[in-house]
Ligand binder design. Structure first.
Ligand SMILES: O=C(O)CCC(=O)C(=O)O
Ligand SMILES: [Fe+2]
Length: 254
């Protein structure tokens, strides 16, 4: 009899474990503005939200960005081995489709026409073995809602801060290379065809220092990423300010 009770207890325990595991599931199909198009979101951190959107860039666009990257690589080396270059959709028209996709998924204005646009050009980075990016924040420290350096460039005074970061992964890596957020103990793996997304500034315009992040050293392979930074000014009607200074974003959870 006791063993029967034990069995029930054990199966109940396993059931509970299963439910707990399910409640931690972090992947869902998130609605976009087009009802039949759902994005595949994997939440890496809930507060603040850091997500990996899967299958958002195909082989054609990946090859194009890599080609441009190889062509334009200016011997500009930041920190360790990090040559980077820029590409915009006015010069490379197929990139318009990518820009629209980012807008569709994030609901933000992402078009690039000039330095005064709502978003920046695509930045392309390639890391070889040992290539890494030291911890940093992407925001520029000049918010249209808060304060900033009055001597900031005209362009930043006009467009505001980097509200959000959208970063495509254009390759897989054999080992290393993950994007990590030390304060949140969060890690975004390098997954070819996916993109990481997060907000760098809070709803009240303050920089969100919790999003400090780094690119871990590549141990084996070659890592390619492409950033699209989305600026503050175009998002006035897209990402509304909070009603109080500690307001947090309500984002979909399924
Ligand atoms: O390569 C990464 O994982 C991070 C790159 C990054 O943070 C940046 O380009 O600002
Ligand atoms: Fe960054």
């Amino acid at each position: 009899m006791a063993s029967e009770k034990n069995k029930i207890f054990i199966s109940f325990f396993y059931e509970l474990q299963k439910i707990k595991k399910q409640s931690k599931l972090k992947c869902f199909n998130r609605d976009t503005r087009i009802p039949i198009y759902k994005s595949k979101e994997e939440v890496v951190n809930y507060f603040p939200r850091i997500s990996l959107f899967h299958d958002v860039i195909g082989e054609e666009h990946i090859s194009l960005l890599k080609e441009i990257g190889q062509m334009l690589v200016s011997n500009y080396v930041l920190f360790q081995i990090k040559p980077n270059s820029w590409a915009n959709e006015t010069t490379y028209r197929p990139l318009q489709k990518l820009t629209r996709r980012v807008s569709l998924i994030t609901g933000l204005q992402t078009k690039y026409k000039s330095l005064m646009s709502n978003s920046e050009q695509f930045q392309i980075i390639n890391y070889g073995v040992g290539g890494m990016y030291n911890p940093h924040v992407d925001n520029l420290g000049y918010s249209l809602l808060g304060f900033g350096n009055p001597h900031e460039t005209m362009e930043v005074q006009h467009t505001g801060d980097r509200t959000a970061t959208w970063m495509f992964y254009l390759s897989d890596v054999r080992a290393g290379g993950a994007t990590v957020f030390p304060q949140l103990k969060a890690r975004v793996p390098v997954v070819k065809g996916a993109a990481a997304f997060w907000y760098n500034i809070k709803l009240n315009g303050d920089p969100d220092d919790r999003t400090r992040h780094a690119g871990c050293p590549v141990l084996l392979g070659s890592k390619w990423v492409s950033n699209k930074w989305i600026r503050e000014s175009g998002q006035v009607l897209k990402r509304l300010c909070g009603l109080h200074k500690d307001a947090i974003e309500i984002l979909p959870t399924k």
